[in-house]
Structure formats: C-alpha cells, structure tokens
Ligand binder design. Structure first.
Ligand SMILES: [Zn+2]
Length: 72
C-alpha cells in the first residue's frame, strides 16, 4: 500500500464511519514503510517488502522507502 492509498482512504473516511482499528493498521503500514529497508542486491535490486524490482529511493510497487547503503 502506498501513501496515496492511505490518503485516499483517509479522505473518504468520515468521523462517524471510522473503523479505528483498520485506520490504525493503515497508519502503521504507512509509517513502517517510511523506515528505509536495505535493498536486496542479488542478482537484481529487489524490494525487501514486496519483492518488486527497484531502482529508486522508494519502491514503485508498494511505496517502501529503501536503504541503498552507499550506492546512491
Ligand atoms: Zn515494494
């Protein structure tokens, strides 16, 4: 889930309809993804969260922030 997904869900959620447990889970997931995780570098660069091929600071598939060590 990307931060755009969380934002979209948050904007649709009214105070009356809020499922606080589900919302807390979304927030936890979003915050967790802001903590850079080390990129898996063999044999290609792989997101440690979703297994997608990555080239940038964030995974384009799941939004995970990536720790490239000294590479970037
Ligand atoms: Zn990913």
């Amino acid at each position: 889930m990307t931060y755009e997904d969380v934002k979209r869900i948050r904007e649709r959620t009214t105070a009356e309809a809020v499922d606080s447990r589900a919302l807390a889970k979304l927030i936890d997931e979003a915050v967790e993804k802001q903590i850079p995780k080390k990129v898996i570098t063999k044999p290609i660069y792989i997101c440690p969260n979703c297994g997608g091929r990555v080239e940038y600071l964030y995974c384009l598939f799941c939004g995970q922030k990536l720790d490239w060590g000294h590479k970037v």
